[in-house]
Design a protein around this ligand. Structure first.
Ligand code: FES
Length: 304
């Protein structure tokens, strides 16, 4: 697995509790390109977190980090010159090329992939509209977004105003509009529920969770490894990935949050219980992201 060796170029506070960090390749070479909506999985001391890239640069990557605890606190403590390891950019949240219009909905720090979308849309002349809900003191990138989008930016700072703006935004869109939403789980759930009620087909809804959902421990099942004719028991509370690794099967992995796409395993028989944010509906019949997903059936046969 490729790992990028990065160096911190700058760290700047851009809103309450939010720090924008600029990174470059430690060896000074150009960085891998990426489309808007991409993220890096960053090694933050003992943990790995996924962060959306806000810029499109080859010379530098930018991420914006909300200080919570653990990995984000570690990143807030970095200084220019400090080194950081990260995965190459991954993207499961790019703008759809055939969309007639792009409706972006961001909650709080969920604005980060939308900044990349908005910059790219403004650059290439795509029709875009952004609904951004945030705390009154935490409107990161607000001035730039206002310059980029003008009246197509709708900022709200309370729940009622967001509800009204969301209802209007979901109703008043041309056919062929795609919706992209990023933010905390309850906001995502609300947007998806209201969009379904308003008649939006699932194929036009795209989401990016910036915090992995709390997962229940699940039921025990057996992973049948077709190539080696072995059965591996996966107890409740143990991930399929950890059970495979304990059995000596080395599956690549990175985020362990169902986001990066690294731990994908082909499924030959049985029904996966998908809990990731990476696979598309079409991909879900033949694969499972083993860091978070489990099995609906007592046995899940894998091409391992
Ligand atoms: S390790 Fe990233 S999706 Fe499983």
């Amino acid at each position: 697995m490729t790992v990028l060796d990065l160096v911190v170029r700058a760290g700047t506070g851009i809103a309450a509790g939010i720090r924008e960090i600029t990174l470059a390749a430690a060896d000074g070479r150009p960085l891998p390109p990426h489309p808007p909506g991409s993220h890096l999985v960053v090694e933050c001391g003992p943990v790995r977190n996924a962060y959306s890239l806000t810029n499109a640069g080859f010379d530098t990557y930018s991420i914006a980090v909300l200080r919570r605890s653990g990995g984000s606190a570690y990143l807030h403590g970095l200084r220019p010159g400090d080194r950081l390891a990260a995965s190459p950019p991954r993207c499961a949240f790019a703008p759809v090329a055939t969309a007639r219009k792009h409706l972006l909905i961001a909650g709080g720090i969920g604005i980060t992939p939308m900044v990349a979308h908005a910059r790219d849309a403004a650059r290439w002349g795509r029709d875009v509209e952004l609904l951004y809900v945030h705390r009154p003191d935490a409107g990161a990138f607000a001035d730039e977004l206002s310059d980029l989008l003008g009246p197509r930016l709708h900022r709200v700072t309370d729940r009622d105003a967001f509800g009204a703006a969301l209802t209007g935004a979901l109703r008043d869109q041309p056919l062929g509009t795609h919706l992209y939403v990023c933010g905390p789980g309850p906001l995502l759930d609300r947007v998806l529920t209201e969009a379904a009620t308003a008649g939006w087909p699932p194929s036009r809804l795209h989401l990016e969770r910036f915090v992995a959902a709390e997962l229940d421990p699940g039921r025990e099942f057996v992973a049948r490894l077709a190539r080696s004719a072995r059965d591996v028991v996966v107890p409740p509370g143990t991930s399929l990935l950890d059970a495979l690794r304990a059995a000596g099967i080395d599956v690549p992995n990175l985020c362990r949050q169902g986001i990066c796409g690294e731990c994908r395993v082909p499924v030959l028989a049985g029904t996966p219980l998908h809990r990731d944010e990476y696979l598309t509906d079409d991909e879900r019949t033949g694969a499972v992201m083993c860091c978070v997903s489990r099995s609906e059936t007592a046995t899940l046969e894998l091409d391992l």
